[in-house]
Write a protein that binds this ligand. Structure first.
Ligand SMILES: Cc1cc2nc3c(=O)[nH]c(=O)nc-3n(C[C@H](O)[C@H](O)[C@H](O)COP(=O)(O)OP(=O)(O)OC[C@H]3O[C@@H](n4cnc5c(N)ncnc54)[C@H](O)[C@@H]3O)c2cc1C
Length: 394
């Protein structure tokens, strides 16, 4: 059996694991990143996009990654929240409240990039990086010692490391292996994601259109030739199942109705992907020489662009702790500092996302009115609007 020594092992080569390995490399820390899918490069269907908020962008700039991603980034300058009526006539806009980045003295709230494009670039960077060893493999056993862990891989490799980072997604093998419970709040909703081209220019606006069951959100994408946006359509499970039974033409028609003509005539230009809408937070984020990050630690409903932005905060915390005390990588002090700092922030963010989601989900008149009242209130009381926008930006 081949034996390898590395400072950090990262289980999971999704966006979380790839960004983490590049961040560690930036401060001279070697890592071994393992992904169990046979070849991530071939698995090119991810219709999601990520809105990178300012702190995330700044961190990615610091570690030298943003310059590679920025060519695909579309600024998000305005968030427009549209309340629409659920019955006939369709396309009836009840109210529209705009949040402009300029109101908080910024040019933009964030930058939106399609996940496929990001993953491709991150993988290229990882493959070129001498501090990172990336392999398609699977962990089959972990042995714990005071000063290290020994990790056994399916393809008969054995790795000695100071720290294991679990970045293996919402069904994390690492989390389960350490018997860490994750509280799952399963909502009666699902999300469909897809890409659209549209008649009108998006003018850097993201529309969050409310009716019943959840928001229909369009997020502007960069494309010099046609007007394109990514869509996240959250609705109750029954409605989503009905939508999935439609043929392409019928589905397109529903998309045009649901978007209340904000972007003109719309055509769906990608496959549809389905995601669960759950809140899932691990009871603790660490164990002996082990840290959970990304969806292995926290999966949130796709509202308010918090998911990967929270992960980038996890990675920044690991980066700061390693940079401050490289000798202490993975020791008890490091992992407990991480746990205390990150768990509080994650819980606060997940509570606020859940409240927003509850407001978006209900079709009751009273909730719809509350949403309208709340939005009108925010639109008029500038300091409250300012604080809320600042909080939302992490
Ligand atoms: C509809 C939707 C929209 C979103 N929009 C935003 C947004 O605008 N902004 C934002 O910040 N976040 C957003 N998010 C959240 C964001 O997409 C996720 O947080 C992020 O993609 C999760 O990345 P991850 O690397 O943690 O997990 P995954 O992408 O699930 O990656 C996990 C990786 O681990 C590998 N793996 C699994 N098990 C093992 C194992 N046993 N051994 C080795 N490898 C393993 C998998 O093959 C996979 O490559 C959204 C999420 C959804 C569902």
């Amino acid at each position: 059996m081949k034996s390898i020594n590395t400072e950090v092992v990262i289980c999971g080569g999704g966006l979380s694991g790839l960004i983490c390995s590049l961040a560690l490399s930036n401060i001279g820390i070697s890592s071994f990143c393992i992904d169990k899918s046979t070849n991530i490069k071939k698995k090119q269907i991810d219709t999601r996009s990520t809105a990178y908020l300012r702190p995330s962008k700044e961190f990615l700039e610091n570690i030298g990654v943003w310059k590679h991603l920025s060519k695909n980034a579309n600024p998000l300058k305005t968030l427009s929240i549209v309340n629409s009526s659920s019955g006939f006539p369709y396309n009836n806009i009840i109210s529209e409240t705009k949040f402009n980045a300029i109101e908080i003295f910024q040019n933009e709230f964030g930058w939106n990039i399609n996940n496929n494009q990001t993953k491709k670039i991150l993988l290229e960077l990882v493959e070129k990086d001498k501090m990172i060893n990336f392999e398609y493999d699977e962990i089959i056993n972990i042995k714990e010692f005071d000063e290290k862990l020994t990790i056994y891989l399916k393809n008969k490799k054995q790795i000695n490391t100071k720290l294991l980072i679990g970045a293996d997604g919402r069904n994390s093998f690492i989390r389960k292996n350490y018997n860490i419970n994750a509280d799952i709040d399963s909502l009666d909703q699902k999300a469909i994601t897809f890409l659209i081209k549209h008649e009108y220019m998006h003018t850097d606006i993201s529309y969050e259109i409310y009716k019943t069951g959840g928001p229909f959100t369009t997020v502007p994408l960069k494309n010099d030739k046609v007007n394109t946006s990514a869509v996240v359509w959250v609705d109750n499970k029954n409605n989503i199942e009905k939508l999935l039974k439609l043929n392409k033409k019928e589905f397109n028609k529903e998309v045009n109705k649901r978007s209340v003509n904000k972007l003109g005539d719309i055509s769906v230009i990608s496959e549809l992907e389905i995601f669960p809408v759950t809140t899932q937070i691990a009871d603790k984020l660490v164990d002996h020489r082990m840290i959970l990050i990304g969806e292995a630690a926290h999966a949130l409903p796709p509202i308010g662009a918090q998911g990967l932005n929270l992960t980038i905060k996890d990675i920044k915390e690991i980066y700061d702790l390693c940079k401050k005390n490289p000798i202490g990588i993975g020791d008890g002090e490091m992992v407990s500092k991480f746990n205390i700092k990150r768990l509080i922030d994650i819980k606060i963010r997940s509570k606020s996302v859940n409240i927003l989601n509850k407001l978006s989900e209900s079709n009751q008149l009273v909730i719809s009115k509350t949403r309208d009242f709340g939005l009108n209130f925010l639109a008029k009381v500038q300091p409250v609007k300012y604080l809320l926008m600042k909080f939302g930006l992490g």
